[in-house]
Design a protein around this ligand. Structure first.
Ligand code: PPE
Length: 308
């Protein structure tokens, strides 16, 4: 979960590359006080031909602009400018594979909730980041525990926005799960249906049919979208449907998806082991095809790659 070390040569900040130690903000930055900022997480992979490519960079940036729009924040760059910034910061830091973190936030100047005059600042940082849910998680699967923290109501915080403040809910759930010895929290929505993990979407498999919660109170994951396309192309039925936690108790397989988590199998839910061997056959197939897509080995998905 914790990242492996953040220090790189340079970070893109407000239109230019600055040395790592100079990418600083003032303590009176508005976003630091109230949590109103938007961010993205992408990964860049080394492809077969030796080039590096950011996975679905423009889709992630589109979501960044969507997040900003939901929160009435005007990002002072175009999507294309930020796409160039992402590629540039990967190149200049010489990382063949890395995680990318674009962040748009309010600077200092005016305080108070309704302040509107603070400058919107934008940063893009990169760092190496290994398996999100632990070294063996992709092979051996993770243990989930239903959280005592409920995924926020969509009229309190809006889940289509990848907003910094939304993550307080996730962080409390993640702390609780890990303190109790689990790998990740399973968060239910306000009606008690399965929503998502603290930083991943979730899929459940039974009798060859894959289900994932609809986009009501969850982040519209880019990996979730990719996996749904991969399943459809492989003629595996996939439904967006609400289901309760016991759908996981009787599942043949389950897996979580996210940029950081990639496709992580679930091994156990609330101390109950899943039926099939982990990863189960459908999970393994998705992992293989997704892995091929990320590394440019599957021509069907090459349009998802943004070469740096
Ligand atoms: N739900 C949540 C709440 C979430 O944070 C993520 C990504 C997803 C689903 C999956 O979305 P996508 O990455 O587009 O497939 N979580 C990011 C945060 C990681 C972090 O700890 O920071 C990520 O995976 O980059």
């Amino acid at each position: 979960m914790a990242s492996d070390g953040l220090r790189t040569e340079a970070i893109w900040l407000d239109g230019t590359l600055v040395p790592y130690d100079e990418a600083k903000v003032h303590v009176l930055s508005h976003s630091l006080h109230y949590g109103l900022a938007v961010f993205e997480g992408m990964r860049c992979y080394r492809c077969e031909d030796g080039r590096s490519a950011i996975f679905r960079c423009r889709e992630h940036l589109r979501r960044l602009f969507d997040s900003a729009r939901i929160l009435e924040m005007a990002i002072p760059y175009s999507l294309e400018e930020l796409a160039q910034a992402c590629a540039e910061v990967v190149r200049v830091n010489g990382l063949a594979e890395c995680y990318l973190r674009p962040l748009a936030f309010y600077g200092e100047g005016e305080m108070g909730l309704a302040a509107r005059s603070n400058k919107v600042r934008v940063a893009v940082a990169v760092w190496p980041w290994g398996a999100y849910l632990g070294a063996d998680s992709l092979r051996k699967g993770v243990r989930l525990k239903t959280s005592s923290f409920v995924r926020f109501h969509h009229n309190s915080f809006m889940s289509y926005a990848k907003a910094s403040g939304n993550y307080i809910n996730s962080i409390l759930a993640a702390y609780e799960a890990r303190r109790n010895g689990y790998d990740e929290a399973l968060m239910l929505d306000v009606n008690g249906f399965v929503a998502e993990g603290s930083g991943e979407n979730i899929f459940v498999v039974r009798d060859g049919v894959v289900r994932t919660p609809p986009l009501t109170s969850i982040l519209p994951g880019i990996t979730r979208d990719a996996v749904m396309k991969i399943l459809a192309d492989a003629s595996v039925p996939v439904l967006e449907q609400l289901f309760p936690r016991d759908a996981l108790y009787i599942a043949d397989e389950a897996f979580m998806t996210g940029t950081a988590a990639e496709v992580t199998p679930v091994r156990e839910v609330d101390d109950r082991p899943l039926e099939a061997e982990v990863p189960g056959p459908i999970t393994r197939r998705v992992q293989e095809i997704f892995g091929a897509a990320l590394h440019g080995r599957d021509p069907r998905y090459r349009q998802w790659l943004c070469y740096v």
